[in-house]
Design a protein around this ligand. Structure first.
Ligand SMILES: *Cc1c(COP(=O)(O)O)cnc(C)c1O
Length: 495
């Protein structure tokens, strides 16, 4: 059965998956959501015998119903190949009583690769299907990892250009180096003097600027988004939850149908929303544990029902979670409002105006699948050290936030269900913070010396993504004020 997508804010026209992917954001500023959430049509037993690519097809075909079998399989084949350094694509590692789902084996060693390896293919396929002749301009705001993963995915993809805005002083040195050394004729990277929310708000404003849109159309360009507001990012993320469950079943760690918990280090709420969809599609998930860092706006929301972004923005050692406006939460709000776009639009209007909204008691009931908590920077660092000392397993700062929150959950709720902790980045991506957590003496050492040391003590080879940037020349050295982003776009496109 065909699945159509509609805006969370109620624009009348429903669109097919390929149109939603091309557009990114709906015209009324809302996010596309499936009108109906389909149910898995293969048994868990069957999934337990599939590899990653087969799983991806069986999950994605249910939501991207206007792609033909050949189109979808072609996209999957191009995405999940030897760009990943393991055949399993998303392996599980057991450590200290939990299973870490390692989503960092792609080209940029962060979980964004899971979706951004396939999005360019979904998008160019969508363009061909919809007879789009214009060049697609991907405009992306990044808290560090999306930017590089999107650049790597779209670089030199015909018919596309990609422009990334990142907070100049809000990403790790390795994240920045990864981005500014990006090759590809169609790429542009700009550091803005502001934080991630400034970058994201600026990009959203550019998307909905009619004057800019008509100027672009004249020159043969149209915008799309590689941020997790694009449904083409979310759908591929559902896959690895199914795959993780299937691996546990395959290995005999759980019984068929047994519920598992998942812990997700959360920023923009995309990854955990994919887990929520996986659960709605019939995957036996118990609690969705939402882990935040000191920017604990989601913890406060899940415990009180009040979302309030009026607070200090804190730069932490887990920068990809330094977010006060979690875009994808809008999709959850829409669903817990009973798929009611009017109710959602009113709350989003309030958020825009006052930076705050409160959901009703009725809506709060829809949040019962979730558990929220947070870890301070100290708790995060302590967790990196204790996990390493106990097991020899070294995790990055984002994963450590999730791991620390899981400890709090176990302590508080006494729920000992089999648990998957989503591991969103390689420790090599946040070498300095990881090594300093082990021993403050490392703080004085130079970045790449720390990389060598990390490899030595963890017994894990230095990933290609890190080896590459060691000597790569800086190709992008552009900065701008947060109110000059439009000029930067015009400059890149020659408007
Ligand atoms: C993006 C990112 C997150 C947050 O994921 P969301 O989908 O935005 O909630 C967590 N960890 C890392 C390493 C990331 O890159």
């Amino acid at each position: 059965m065909d699945i159509f997508y509609r805006s969370t804010r109620g624009s009348e026209r429903r669109v097919r998956a390929s149109e939603a992917i091309l557009q990114g954001l709906a015209e009324d500023g809302g996010l596309y959501v499936p009108e109906r959430i389909p149910v898995l049509d293969k048994t868990l037993e069957e999934f337990s015998r599939m590899d990653y690519r087969q799983t991806a097809y069986e999950v994605m075909k249910l939501l991207l119903t206007d792609y033909t079998r050949e189109e979808l399989q072609d996209c999957i084949r191009k995405a999940y190949d030897d760009k990943f350094d393991t055949d399993r694509i998303a392996p599980l590692k057991e450590a200290d009583g939990a299973y870490y789902l390692e989503l960092f084996h792609g080209r940029t060693i962060a979980f964004k690769d899971m979706a951004l390896s396939i999005l360019p293919h979904l998008m160019t396929t969508a363009a061909a299907k919809n007879h789009v002749k214009q060049e697609i301009v991907i405009l992306t705001a990044t808290s560090g990892d999306t930017g590089k993963a999107a650049l790597a995915g779209f670089a030199d993809v015909e018919g596309t250009r990609i422009m990334v805005f990142y907070p100049k002083n809000g990403v790790s040195p390795i994240q920045e180096k990864q981005m500014v050394t990006q090759q590809g004729k169609n790429t542009r990277v700009v550091g803005i003097y502001g934080n991630f929310d400034d970058a994201q708000t600026g990009v959203k404003r550019l998307f909905s600027d009619p004057a800019l849109a008509s100027c672009m159309a004249e020159k043969g360009f149209c915008f799309s988004s590689a941020n997790s507001i694009n449904i083409g990012r979310l759908v591929p993320q559902i896959v690895y939850y199914v795959y993780a469950y299937a691996q546990l079943l395959h290995a005999g760690r759980i019984q068929n149908g047994q519920k598992i918990n998942v812990v997700v280090p959360t920023g923009n709420f995309g990854n955990i929303l994919a887990a929520y969809y996986a659960k709605k599609m019939g995957l036996p998930i118990g609690r969705l544990i939402c882990a935040s860092n000191d920017n604990k706006v989601l913890y406060d929301f899940l415990t009180s029902g009040v979302y309030d972004r009026n607070r200090e923005f804190i730069l932490t050692s887990s920068p990809s979670m330094d977010i006060l406006i979690s875009s994808n939460l809008e999709r959850l709000i829409y669903h817990i409002a009973g798929d009611d776009p009017q109710k959602n639009a009113a709350l989003m209007e309030e958020l825009g105006r006052t930076g705050r909204y409160a959901v009703t008691e009725e809506m709060k009931k829809g949040l019962s699948d979730f558990y929220g908590n947070y870890a301070t920077q100290k708790e995060c660092a302590d967790r990196i050290r204790t996990l390493y000392e106990k097991t020899g397993y070294l995790v990055d700062t984002h994963t450590a936030v999730a791991s620390a929150v899981y400890e709090k959950f176990r302590e508080e709720i006494k729920d000992d269900a089999v648990t998957v902790i989503v591991s969103t980045a390689s420790p090599f991506k946040f070498t300095r913070s990881v090594m300093s957590a082990l021993d403050p003496a490392y703080e004085s050492k130079e970045d790449f010396a720390l990389v060598d040391e990390l490899s030595r003590i963890s017994g894990v080879a230095i990933p290609g993504a890190i080896r590459e940037i060691r000597t790569a020349p800086v190709l992008h050295d552009i900065q701008c004020e947060k109110d000059q982003m439009e000029d930067a776009v015009r400059d890149f496109l020659g408007l």
